[in-house]
Design a protein around this ligand. Structure first.
Ligand code: KG4
Ligand code: ZN
Length: 352
């Protein structure tokens, strides 16, 4: 089966073609085109929904055309229906509906958050040229497949959730953030530090030259019995530290960045490993934009070897952690529920 997948939930406009057949454990990417309005949002320090949607109207057809060039036929269309910004979602969904009607192909609606998880089910060993050859997905060598049960950490700009995945389509929510998401904390602290938007990659870069022990920051809910998270207190603590500093020079920014990054990573790693042990997981899957963070990936790698049970760690290539349509196509293939074009609606509040 060949699927045209469309993703427009936030500021990216992406179209991908994925291919897989029954019994495959991963999907193959034939094309994955991403247009971003990030440079516009960098000027305003955040996403303005109206601006994002207007840009997406310009990009959507060229992106689909480019993805389809050299692909003779498709069997279905997958599209993100939520969660996300309503104007942005509508651009993708209305386009998918029109194509479905004109081409007489079924639609597979996809939850964006489930899409992030399925970036782990994309074949990264084929000749598809990943934009990012430096940091390919962890544990994605050809015979290393994801085994269930798996514990999934979804860490994006809007969400931080821990899930138990028993099989395809069988996902149980274990806990999530009570306030800010991990990516949101990175973005807000990045803004306080005057770093460029989005804050996650900027803090990661600044942290390279910093000392993570320099500033003592809280690790909220790190020892709690549940699988919840909370990052707003950490943001406030970082703000207080920053306000107390007279001269915010480069080395101070680097030290704060390294300390913030370490505090966020510590909580994410500890809680995910606790869930993995409690539910006797065979795999841990990292997903969402924050999963691109190298510190997070290396901490997971080093802590997982100390566990008594053997658990395998998976994370998508960096370029597949942030929003892209290939992950939406993968989610659609493994959860293939066809819907007629006139039965599909956007749902900005969609959750697990
Ligand atoms: O998944 P995503 O592309 O969009 C949402 O669905 O939200 O995630 C974007 C988030 C932003 O908050 C961004 O700062 C964060 O992911 N992010 C990172 C890194 N790359 C992106 N956070 C930490 N380190 C990174 N390298
Ligand atoms: Zn996302």
């Amino acid at each position: 089966m060949r699927i045209l997948a469309i993703e427009t939930s936030c500021d990216e406009t992406s179209a991908a073609i994925i291919e897989a057949k029954n019994g495959d454990k991963r999907v193959k990417i034939l094309a994955n085109i991403i247009a971003s309005s990030l440079s516009l949002h960098a000027k305003t320090g955040g996403i303005i929904p109206e601006t994002a949607a207007r840009e997406q109207i310009k990009y959507i057809l060229p992106v689909i055309e480019k993805a389809l060039s050299s692909i003779p036929t498709i069997d279905a269309i997958a599209v993100t229906i939520g969660p996300g910004l309503i104007g942005s979602l509508l651009v993708g969904v209305e386009t998918a509906k029109t194509l479905s009607y004109v081409w007489n192909k079924p639609i597979i609606p996809v939850n964006h958050l489930i899409g992030h998880i399925y970036a782990n089910f994309v074949d990264q060993t084929t000749d598809y040229k990943l934009q990012d050859t430096v940091d390919r997905g962890l544990s994605t060598v050809s015979n290393n497949y994801i085994e269930f049960p798996a514990i999934v950490l979804v860490v994006s700009g809007g969400h931080t959730d821990l899930l138990l995945m028993k099989a395809h389509g069988k996902i149980i929510w274990l806990g999530g953030t009570r306030d800010d998401a991990a990516g949101e904390a990175f973005d807000k602290i990045g803004r306080i530090l005057n770093l460029s938007y989005p804050g996650g990659p900027s803090i990661e870069k600044a942290a390279l030259k910093g000392n993570e022990k320099e500033i003592d920051l809280p690790r909220p809910l790190i020892g709690s019995d549940d699988f919840d998270f909370s990052f707003s207190g950490l943001k406030t603590a970082a703000l207080r530290e920053i306000q107390a500093i007279k001269q915010l020079d480069d080395i101070t920014i680097s030290n704060i960045s390294a300390s913030v990054q370490k505090a966020i990573v510590d909580v994410l790693v500890k809680k995910t490993l606790k869930a993995a042990q409690e539910y006797k997981a065979k795999s841990i899957l990292l997903s969402g934009g924050v999963a691109a963070n190298k510190k997070l990936r290396t901490e997971f790698k080093s802590k997982i070897v100390n566990l008594k049970s053997s658990i395998r760690l998976f994370a998508p290539a960096k370029s597949l952690c942030t929003d892209n349509a290939a992950m939406i196509g993968a989610a659609a293939f493994f959860n293939c529920h066809f819907v007629k074009w006139n039965k599909i609606e956007v749902n900005p509040e969609l959750y697990f």
